[in-house]
Design a protein around this ligand. Structure first.
Ligand code: CA
Length: 428
């Protein structure tokens, strides 16, 4: 799993790539970009540049060559994982070999000159709820006596989301209108949400396909994980509180989901897969279909996560975005990515390349590591005071919220996920 392409000493000839916080040559995330012409095509991020993978036309298998001519990643991620590993190795060779430089240079674009697109045609989007501290904190707001429901530690909880409104980083967040009913109001009203929130999640991009009725065994689940992105499951808490019973969130979440444009591949993340921490004493063991020694040994993912906020007044005052929270996915995830993939297909549901799974909000156990504003502010009761004196309970129009992720481990080059940003605009 770990090979020469993860060597911390590997160096690229692309200026600035070795010191880049997100995209050194050890990362090589895949995405879809365009320049002024021609149309969208597949590339990889290297430092502050995008490499057009058309450069590989003569270097790779016919299967890869065909997939790389598509304007989306679906065909590439429908291929066996070995093809994407070969692609990674071919790109790594080009970007670390001085002799390849003259041939590669014409295919290298400054990222600032590129438009990044949604990387897949998303057939389906499912949102899980594996962040146990988030589930507990939210549950406590609604049910102080029994925050965590009895099923939580037995079954990975999820619901089917809305694929049509998944957008790439930078898409404006149009404040949704919806029905709300304050607890002391006699009747519901319709209008712009007053409690617009974020949810810090990782997104799992599915690779390969299984037929209807065909399950994904737990010991093969990572074969179906093509890569990861950051995912912001924007949530209108006032709409959610009124509409969610009995079938769960609907308009409170389907107005927009933002993903980062780069697919950080399962291959790139190999050094950051660690053992799943043992469950606390007294917790039930996963049922056999969700239990596997290999998954326990290296099925968890260690990703440093953070949320930053920039308000209009901060930008006018020249202030940098303020970090609101930071944590690590290992502290948050009760279920592993492999377990949610296995569970999703365990009833016979077919998963396809380019399907998107959200992990659920990833909050750590302690203050300062919350993955949503409703947790940071205890439901709005304890507002956040920003360095310039501004106060926030939820998001105001003009606020720009960013999710940040880096994978770090001693002995390896850190890699990042790139931007997952959205700026709130007023309800129309
Ligand atoms: Ca969510």
């Amino acid at each position: 799993m770990i090979d020469h392409s993860h060597d911390a000493a590997a160096s690229s000839w692309v200026p600035g790539a070795d010191a880049h916080p997100d995209f050194p040559v050890q990362n090589l995330p895949l995405g879809v970009f365009s320049t002024s012409d021609p149309g969208p095509r597949i590339g990889t991020a290297i430092g502050d540049h995008v490499l057009d993978l058309a450069v590989l036309a003569s270097d790779v298998s016919p299967l890869l060559r065909a997939a790389l001519t598509e304007p989306l990643l679906n065909a590439l991620f429908a291929l066996p994982a070995g093809e994407r590993l070969a692609l990674r190795h071919a790109v790594f060779a080009l970007l670390t070999s001085d002799t390849a430089r003259p041939r590669v240079l014409p295919f290298l674009h400054r990222m600032a000159d590129c438009t990044l697109h949604l990387p897949f045609r998303i057939g389906d989007y499912t949102d899980f709820y594996v962040g146990i501290h988030h589930a507990t904190a939210i549950g406590r707001l609604f049910r102080p006596d029994a925050p965590l429901l009895p099923n939580y530690k037995h079954v990975p909880i999820g619901y089917h989301g809305r694929a049509s409104s998944v957008r790439v980083s930078g898409t404006p967040v149009i404040r949704p209108r919806g029905q709300t009913k304050a607890p002391d109001a006699g009747a519901p009203a319709h209008g712009p949400s007053q409690r617009l929130d974020c949810e810090l999640e990782l997104g799992v991009w599915i690779a390969g396909d299984n037929a209807l009725g065909e399950t994904v065994p737990i010991d093969r689940a990572w074969d179906r994980i093509g890569g990861f992105c950051l995912l912001n499951d924007w949530s209108a808490r006032d709409i959610q509180a009124w509409e969610y019973q009995p079938l769960g969130p609907f308009l409170a979440k389907n107005f927009l989901t933002t993903v980062s444009p780069w697919v950080v591949t399962a291959e790139a993340l190999a050094p950051f897969r660690l053992a799943q921490p043992p469950r606390p004493a007294g917790d039930p063991a996963p049922l056999p279909y969700l239990a596997d020694a290999g998954e326990q040994a290296h099925g968890a993912l260690s990703i440093d996560l953070a949320i930053t906020l920039s308000t209009p007044a901060m930008r006018e005052g020249g202030l940098a975005p303020q970090r609101l929270a930071s944590g690590n996915s290992m502290d948050a995830m009760y279920w592993t990515p492999g377990q949610i993939v296995c569970h999703h297909a365990s009833g016979g549901c077919d998963l396809h390349a380019g399907d998107l799974l959200g992990t659920g909000t990833l909050s750590g156990p302690q203050a300062g590591s919350e993955g949503s504003l409703i947790e940071m502010t205890k439901g709005g009761a304890q507002p956040i005071v920003l360095p310039n004196g501004e106060v926030r309970r939820f998001l105001d129009d003009g606020d720009e919220l960013a999710l940040v992720a880096h994978a770090r481990r001693d002995g390896y080059r850190a890699i990042g996920f790139g931007p997952c940003v959205g700026r709130v605009v007023a309800a129309p």
